[in-house]
Design a protein around this ligand. Structure first.
Ligand SMILES: [Zn+2]
Length: 266
């Protein structure tokens, strides 16, 4: 291939596959950081076949790969770099693919990035061209992508959680047959606890809700020892308390107002 634009274009596509693979490699390594576990090999090799496939288009033109705080290499197989490892405690070298230099000479690389050539990859290079090191910011490209990827995943998880919570809230409120009876129990509980200083036992609490027609057994809130079992009842209480304004300060004024509305004596 003689057309350098094409070399750069192909290398950019291969780089894309490389970065996608690297995102998983770094994730796999981070997942076990500080532990004795082996790196998650499945995650580690996720994206690798796509990268290998993309790389098959490479026809041998000159290439340059930077390493943050290190040197420019002519390939990612340089023996001074740690390319193939999945052992805990070892980190694979994350190369920054300098695709814009593909098809050019080592002098072009020096002109752009300084005297940072790897003496192993470029044995013919004058010693003075191997003295310097690349900046640590070289990682920025790969790590920016990884960070963006992690941020997107975090946001997706957050959105999923919010949807689940909204569904739970709806389920909790839908389970209430008689909203006013339910509210009366909540307000009476609050009056007893906050104004009359009565300690309410869980069993008593459940009994009050059951008496008011809230299907505690059907939706599995008869075991207060296990928090998950009373999640819906707990949610419904919190939602109604918030809506009535008795969960927040100034709770006493709101509580008195609600008690009056529901005909509860204080
Ligand atoms: Zn090298």
């Amino acid at each position: 291939m003689n057309n350098r634009d094409e070399m750069v274009a192909i290398d950019k596509e291969i780089e894309e596959a490389y970065i996608n693979w690297m995102i998983n490699v770094i994730k796999a390594e981070r997942a076990v950081a500080g532990t004795d576990n082996e790196v998650d090999q499945v995650l580690y090799y996720t994206g690798h076949p796509e990268y290998v496939k993309a790389e098959a288009r490479y026809e041998g033109w000159s290439r340059f790969f930077g390493v943050a705080g290190g040197h420019i290499h002519s390939s990612m197989d340089c023996s001074t770099c740690n390319r193939w490892t999945y052992k805990s405690g070892q980190t694979q070298t994350a190369f920054v693919w300098l695709t814009e230099l593909s098809g050019l000479t080592q002098d072009d690389a020096v002109a752009k990035y300084g005297a940072t050539l790897c003496s192993r990859c470029f044995p013919e290079a004058p010693v003075e061209n191997t003295k310097a090191k690349l900046s640590n910011d070289m990682e920025t490209g790969v790590y920016k992508r990884i960070q963006a990827n992690e941020q997107a995943e975090k946001e997706a998880r957050q959105a999923e959680r919010e949807t689940e919570e909204a569904q739970m809230d709806k389920l909790a409120i839908d389970a209430i047959q008689d909203m006013e009876a339910f509210d009366r129990v909540i307000v009476q509980l609050a009056v007893d606890e906050l104004i009359n200083n009565v300690d309410i036992l869980m069993d008593d609490k459940i009994e009050r809700f059951e008496t008011a027609g809230f299907p505690t057994k059907e939706i599995g809130c008869n075991n207060f020892g296990t928090p998950t079992n009373n999640k819906l009842l707990w949610r419904a209480e919190r939602i109604r308390e918030a809506e009535m304004g008795i969960a927040e300060m100034p709770w006493k004024a709101n509580l008195k107002r609600e008690a009056k509305r529901l005909g509860i004596e204080i």
